[in-house]
Design a protein around this ligand. Structure first.
Ligand code: SAH
Ligand code: SF4
Ligand code: F3S
Length: 459
């Protein structure tokens, strides 16, 4: 069927959900909907949800809850819950959001249109949380970036694999995203070629554990995929997430070192610095093997920027265990971290573990950890003062920075990122979005850098 009207998508959660929302936008466009940024105007509202922590899940329910009154006024308004909470809750979602029309699980995208048609024909409260070994290939419906949904003109996420087989004991992903499966390298490269043709300069390859890309399918390895992607003309930078420490291979370390377009940055989630906790998390490595991997990485790529994820307050984490994590931060000196208070997820085994840590204690530990990391983030930024970094220009800065002087009419304050993923602001008269430009860093702030361009900009 063909539809008329506006569609609004709210995305909660990780980069994979951002990618999925683009695909949902593509499907909606192919059914005749026009994307809008104004929620009040929408005829269909989709919430693409995340259930990684309790707070994210609550966000989804509260967003969709807001439409109860709206739906009384405008009965034709369609409400859809998509993504990880949808997959987790299934039928139960209607109890909390009675006016919800469609619950679209993570593996049901290819049937979205069919469900819209069924709804139009009078069917009520549709649920699709069927699991599938297939990965939805959007090329059948619409080409990436053609729905007009996402305005980011230079950088895109690309999912290269779905699901996860690692079963870390705190994590819902294996239950909401299904078994690990990889897309074919030809589909990935074709999609990236289309993006490059549309002016995209940077891509981030996404998977829960990119190091096991293609293994089940007996296809090419992840480093080989990086090699293929690096041949796509127009793409200047390649990033990827996430690497699992237990599977970080020398082959990948060498790919980061040898393939120019692969950024000098690795996100390697450690989760905890305590061997006791790592074991209970089922992470499959020890603190020592993690540090040994970091050493191998720093030997091959001395300037590599490192980031990580950490969970504090996992069941039975004592203050000694927490101190082990603090000590690991001091030892590794990450450029940045993402830290979370452990959140109980009923579908994950750790929910049944004894010795749960009190919320208040989790918050104290979280703040102490973040405070310690501030020192290293600033130290790493300061070490760049006087150095030259290559920046991919993202646009004009939103805020006036110290040091900016408008010396001519054409002078603008621009912003971009270094290959090491640091935000850099600089004055420029003629740089455009998508340019690669060398900046000499003059000042370091806790979360950004300031400098001046050197020489001519290049594409
Ligand atoms: N596949 C990736 C992570 C995906 S989830 C990996 O293994 O690294 C992103 C981050 O959310 C995780 O790294 C973890 O730090 C955090 N996380 C996952 N489940 C959580 C939970 N139950 N409570 C708090 N943080 C959690
Ligand atoms: Fe979750 Fe662990 Fe899989 Fe990451 S590797 S998605 S933390 S189960
Ligand atoms: Fe959240 Fe699902 Fe991503 S649970 S973190 S949106 S895979």
């Amino acid at each position: 069927m063909n539809y008329k009207g506006y569609a609004y998508i709210n995305t909660i959660g990780c980069q994979m959900n951002v990618y999925d929302s683009e695909k949902l936008a593509g499907i909606l466009s192919s059914y005749g909907f026009e994307m809008t940024n104004e929620m009040d105007k929408a005829d269909i509202v989709v919430c693409n949800t995340c259930s990684i922590r309790h707070k994210a899940e609550e966000k989804a329910f509260s967003f969709l809850g807001r439409f109860a009154r709206e739906k009384k006024k405008r009965p034709h308004l369609i409400t859809v819950m998509a993504g990880c909470v949808a997959q987790q809750e299934g039928e139960k979602a209607f109890a909390r959001v009675p006016h919800l029309d469609i619950v679209l699980g993570t593996q049901a995208f290819s049937r979205f249109g069919q469900h819209l048609d069924a709804l139009k024909s009078g069917k009520k409260q549709i649920v699709d949380i069927e699991e599938s070994d297939m990965i939805f290939e959007a090329s059948d419906i619409t080409k990436s970036g053609e729905s007009g949904f996402d305005e980011n003109r230079i950088s895109k996420f690309i999912t290269i694999m779905q699901g996860c087989d690692n079963y870390c004991t705190y994590c819902v992903v294996p239950y909401v995203r299904g078994r690990e499966r990889s897309r074919s390298h030809t589909a990935i490269v074709d999609e990236i070629k289309i993006l490059a043709g549309n002016g995209i300069r940077e891509i981030t390859l996404l998977g829960q554990n990119v190091n096991s890309y293609g293994i089940k399918e007996e296809g090419i390895s992840f480093p080989q995929l990086l090699e293929k992607v690096s041949k796509v003309e127009g793409i200047a930078r390649i990033r990827f997430a996430t690497s699992h420490p237990k599977d970080l291979s020398m082959e990948l370390i060498h790919a980061i070192r040898d393939i120019d377009k692969v950024c000098n940055h690795l996100h390697l989630p450690v989760q905890s610095g305590s061997n006791k906790i790592l074991k209970k998390m089922n992470r499959g490595y020890t603190r020592e093997t993690y540090i040994e991997r970091i050493k191998a990485l720093k030997t091959a790529c001395p300037d590599i920027a490192l980031s990580t994820d950490i969970i504090v307050g996992f069941p039975s984490e004592t203050s000694e265990d927490f101190n082990d994590t603090m000590e690991l931060l001091r030892q590794v000196e990450f450029d940045s971290i993402f830290a979370f208070a452990y959140s109980d997820r009923s579908s994950a085994p750790a929910a049944k573990f004894s010795d749960q840590v009190e919320e208040k204690e989790k918050m104290i530990r979280l703040n102490r950890l973040l405070e310690l990391q501030e020192e290293y983030t600033e130290k790493k930024n300061k070490a760049l003062v006087g150095k030259q970094v290559e920046v991919l220009v993202e646009g004009e800065s939103q805020k006036q920075r110290d040091g900016f002087k408008k010396t001519s009419d054409k002078m603008k304050q621009m912003t971009g990122r270094s290959a090491s993923n640091k935000v850099v602001h600089f004055p420029s008269e003629n740089s455009a979005i998508g340019d690669l430009i060398t900046i000499r860093i003059e000042n370091a702030y806790p979360h950004s850098l300031w400098g001046h361009p050197l020489g001519a900009e290049k594409r």
